[in-house]
Every structure is written in C-alpha cells, then in structure tokens.
Design a protein around this ligand. Structure first.
Ligand code: CAA
Length: 258
C-alpha cells in the first residue's frame, strides 16, 4: 500500500511510475503534493532495483499549476521563512533518469515540474504555459530559467509576459518536448522509453544524465572535460566490458548495472 495520498506509486520491473492523484484540483501542486512526490521520488532514487522513474498526471491535467488557493493568503515573510517551493529542486537533483509523461494541462508549476524531468514526452492533448503573470505573480519553480534554456528567450519571454499557452506541436517544434504521441498511447510509450533506459547500465545511465545536465551549468570546454573524465571512468564498469563484448560476440548485452 502506498503511504501517500496525492501520488500513486507503482513498480513495473526496473521502472517506477508516479501518478499525481489530486483529480478534483487538476493535480494542483500544494505542499502535500510537493512533500509526497519528492519523498516518493527520493526513495525510488535510492533503490538499486529502479533504473528509471516516470512521472505522469491524468488525461485532463498533468498539473494545472501550483495550488493558487493555498498561496492566496500567504505574505512575503510566510513564503520566505518556509522557503516555499524549494523542496521541488530536489526532484531535479535525482540521480536516476526521469521521464515526464504529459497529457492535458501542464501550466505554471505543472510545466515547471515536467521540465524538472530528464525526458519530456507529450500527448497530442498537452498544453504548456507559464500563466503566473495573469495571477499577478511570476514562475517560482524554475520556469523562467528552464523554459528559457529549453525554448530560447523569444518564446520564453512571450509565454511568461502574456501567459499564453503552447500546444504540443508548438512545444515540440520549440524543443521543450522530445516527442508528441497520441494521447491514448502516452503512458505505454513513456513506460517503454523508461524500460529502455532502465535496461541500460545504471551507473552509465547516471553518468550520461550527469554529463548532459552539466551542459546547462558550465562552459563548453569545461563540459567537454567533464564528459571526458566520465567517459574514461565508464571503462571501470563491468557493464562496459559486457556491452562491448556482446557487440563483438553479436549477442544482446546483459547488464549487471555495476
Ligand atoms: N490551484 C488550485 N486549484 C486549481 C488550480 C490551481 N492551479 N487549477 C485548477 N484548480 C481547481 C479549480 O479551482 C477547480 O476547483 P473547484 O471545482 O473547487 O472550483 C478544479 O480545479 C477544476 O478546475 P476548473 O473548473 O478551472 O477546470 P477548467 O477545465 O474549467 O479549466 C484550467 C482548466 C484552464 C487549467 C483552469 O483550471 C486554470 O486556469 N487553472 C489555473 C492555471 C494556472 O494559473 N496555473 C498557474 C498557477 S501559479 C503557479 O504555478 C506558480 C508557480 O510558478 C509555481
């Protein structure tokens, strides 16, 4: 039995599926959701049997944003003292690869949550945006930064300043999502991607993720140096031996995730 109310946790082999479960509020991200999703994800991240984590919502809403009703009465000192939203950053620091499967609304905090994941798959029904400005606020879970890095200044500025949304096709053309799939195939596709990732060597997949993430934090020369160190390091894994031996032997590899 899952110890959480707002997120369902299922395991399918080496893949874990987290499903946001606040349907009446379109999965609005209140503090309970934050605590539970981050807690569940961190527990899975520590589990050596899990190689990939999928995060999804409902058909209508991945998440319609942070919980506006919860935020409405807060003042500056409340927000500052509680360091509102900062726990979400921990999702971006998971070492296990993550996949966001987005159907329906991914607005405000919902879009930011999807962007905290490593691979973003969208249903053709997905709607992305940072409409906070219409509420008299700005993004608070990294949207102004991650959206800008994902789609560039032109679109990020327009979305953050006007609050207009993007459909799945525009999000794919802009580089926010890796692929768009028919809504009824979204979950199966996300789980298939996750199973593929989870079938790779876990330490090597973790290093691949770390290397790509480093591109957002450093210069090209430093990033390439970082990649080179990791590239040399993978030759210390059993899975490099197995992966290359399997290629030479013309057979599929069996990784030990070590
Ligand atoms: N917070 C709290 N409750 C929300 C919510 C949110 N972000 N989004 C939807 N809900 C609730 C609604 O209040 C409604 O509850 P009641 O039945 O109790 O009235 C229920 O979910 C269903 O929503 P709607 O009736 O509005 O559904 P709809 O289909 O008519 O519209 C929608 C869907 C266009 C997504 C609309 O709900 C909407 O605009 N939601 C808010 C989107 C938004 O502004 N998100 C940004 C939030 S701020 C933020 O996220 C800050 C940040 O950077 C972290």
């Amino acid at each position: 039995a899952t110890p959480y109310e707002t997120v369902l946790v299922e395991r399918k082999g080496r893949t874990a599926l987290l499903t946001l479960n606040r349907p009446k509020a379109l999965n609005a991200l209140n503090l309970q959701v934050m605590k539970e999703v981050v807690g569940a994800a961190e527990a899975l991240d520590r589990d050596p049997e899990i190689g990939c984590i999928v995060l999804t919502g409902s058909a209508k809403a991945f998440a319609a944003g942070a919980d506006i009703k919860e935020m409405q009465p807060q003042d500056y000192v409340d927000m500052y003292l509680s360091d509102w939203f900062t726990a979400w950053d921990r999702l971006g620091r998971l070492r296990t690869p993550t996949v966001a499967a987005v159907s329906g609304y991914a607005l405000g905090g919902g879009c930011e949550l999807a962007m905290l994941c490593d691979i973003l798959l969208a249903a053709d029904t997905a709607v992305f945006g940072q409409p906070e400005i219409k509420l008299g606020v700005i993004p608070g879970i990294g949207g102004s930064q991650r959206l800008t890095r994902a789609v560039g200044k032109a679109k990020a500025m327009e979305l953050c300043l006007t609050g207009r949304t993007m459909d799945a096709g525009e999000a794919e053309r802009a580089g926010l999502v890796s692929r768009v799939v028919p809504a009824d195939q979204l979950l199966a596709e996300a789980l298939a991607v996750a199973e593929t990732v989870a079938g790779m060597s876990k330490p090597v997949a973790m290093m691949a993720k770390e290397a790509v993430d480093r591109a957002f934090e450093t210069t090209l020369a430093e990033g390439v140096r970082f990649e080179r160190r990791l590239f040399h390091a993978v030759f210390a894994t059993a899975d490099q031996k197995e992966g290359m031996a399997a290629f030479v032997d013309k057979r599929p590899p069996t990784f030990t995730h070590r």
